[in-house]
Design a protein around this ligand. Structure first.
Ligand code: PLP
Length: 391
């Protein structure tokens, strides 16, 4: 593990900026114009918001490619627009994809319920057991899909094995890097083909837009763009402007969140009201060694359980004064949510338990508040829980 590089912080601020600066403007202006004068370009390059060809889109595409270390990138209307558009580009009727056992709910739902309508099937793989993957490959298998750190348990697949397996089997490797962000991990560096970010989260970092990106080889990005030129999932220039503003502080925000989350994970682990804590920085985390080797930072997401299950979790959440109870993640505000009651409420208790999501599990998106204030707030609420649970 290394500290985040200076060059990445510089890229987040300057990569791909317009030169010369329009009218000397230090910030890319919002090009709030639907269409542009025609100069004989190919249809897909004509200036038009739906075609993602405005200066706001082009600056962002260059900046995100620089951050991810890929040939090209495309910014879209949401993380799901990037993920669904890429899956529909890579896969055709009768194709098959391998997917990790726990995925973000929107992606899992798209794979399980929407892709079959296009005659695209999937098999679920155990992300920790590379030797078992080949048994699921068929002549129709075209891709493999994983997440850098899973939601909500922050577990890490054997990512090096996934990239190597995809090369061996000639599959397109796809990875959702939202929980890590390119500050903590650049999947292309270990050989992943297509990298997704829900830019709604850390990339923008201010909980005020929905956006997404896909980064990878120029030819794949071009093909995904051509599909989205037809699907119409482009980002509005005003949201693009906000995303560019958010990206400028990505490096400093994520490094602060890494540091605060590490301190808070240790505090939670040491408190006797807490039954278990998942954060890749902890040596007790099942993939700690892998995370320490591959990541530049362990991220700002923690999952933990209190003694006393759901009742303790509810009482704890009600006692906190700083973290708000809300889904989503990666913003300046600390958020906590009980996945069983919110993001995983669509699953049966049996399905949730199978994926390790107990009713009492709490997911914590560590924000940018003073870490001492968060420590004091958590300690007070944990002490109150300990007093309430009979020894
Ligand atoms: N990937 C992950 C890991 C997420 O948590 C989310 C949203 O919560 C998405 C993708 C989808 O992103 P969006 O809401 O921007 O479409």
């Amino acid at each position: 593990m290394t500290d985040s590089t200076g060059s990445r912080a510089t890229a987040a601020i300057h990569a791909g900026e317009l030169k010369p600066r329009p009218e000397g403007a230090m910030v890319t202006p919002i090009y709030q114009t639907a269409n542009y004068e025609y100069h004989g370009e190919d249809y897909h390059d004509v200036g038009y918001i739906r075609l993602s060809t405005t200066p706001n889109h082009r600056v962002l595409a260059r900046r995100i490619a620089a951050l991810e270390g890929t040939e090209d990138a495309l910014v879209l209307a949401s993380g799901m627009a990037a993920i669904s558009g890429a899956l529909l580009t890579v896969l055709s009727s009768d194709d098959h994809i391998l997917v990790q056992d726990t995925l973000y709910g929107g992606t899992a739902g798209f794979v399980a319920h929407d892709l079959p309508r296009f005659h695209i099937s999937h098999s679920v793989i155990d992300p920790q057991d590379p030797a078992s993957w080949a048994a699921s490959v068929t002549p129709q298998t075209k891709a493999i899909y994983v997440e850098t750190l899973t939601n909500p348990l922050v577990q890490m697949a054997d990512l090096e094995a996934v990239a190597a397996f995809a090369r061996e089997q000639r599959l397109v490797s796809m990875i959702d890097n939202t929980f890590a962000s390119p500050v903590n991990f650049r999947p292309a560096e270990i050989g992943f083909d297509l990298v997704f970010e829900s830019c709604t989260k850390y990339m923008n970092g201010h909980s005020d837009i929905v956006a997404g990106s896909v980064a990878g080889p120029a030819e794949w990005v071009r093909r995904i763009k051509v599909l989205h030129d037809h699907l119409g999932g482009s980002l509005d220039p005003h949201a693009a402007f906000l995303l560019e503003r958010g990206l400028k502080t990505l490096d400093v925000r994520v490094r602060q969140q890494n540091a605060s989350a590490q301190r808070l994970a240790r505090l939670l682990e040491a408190h006797d009201a807490v039954a278990s804590v998942n954060h890749p920085s902890l040596t007790s985390h099942a993939q700690h060694e892998r995370a320490a080797r591959l990541l530049d930072g362990f991220g700002g997401m923690i999952a933990f359980e209190l003694h006393g299950g759901m009742e303790s979790a509810e009482a704890f959440l009600a006692t906190l004064t700083i973290p708000a109870v809300a889904a989503s993640l990666g913003g300046a505000e600390s958020l906590m949510v009980r996945p069983a009651a919110a993001i995983h409420s669509g699953l049966s208790r049996e399905e949730r338990e199978k994926s390790g999501v107990s009713d009492g599990l709490i997911r914590f998106s560590v924000g940018l508040e003073g870490v001492e204030d968060l420590e004091a707030d958590l300690t007070r609420a944990l002490d109150a829980c300990r007093a309430a649970v009979p020894a």
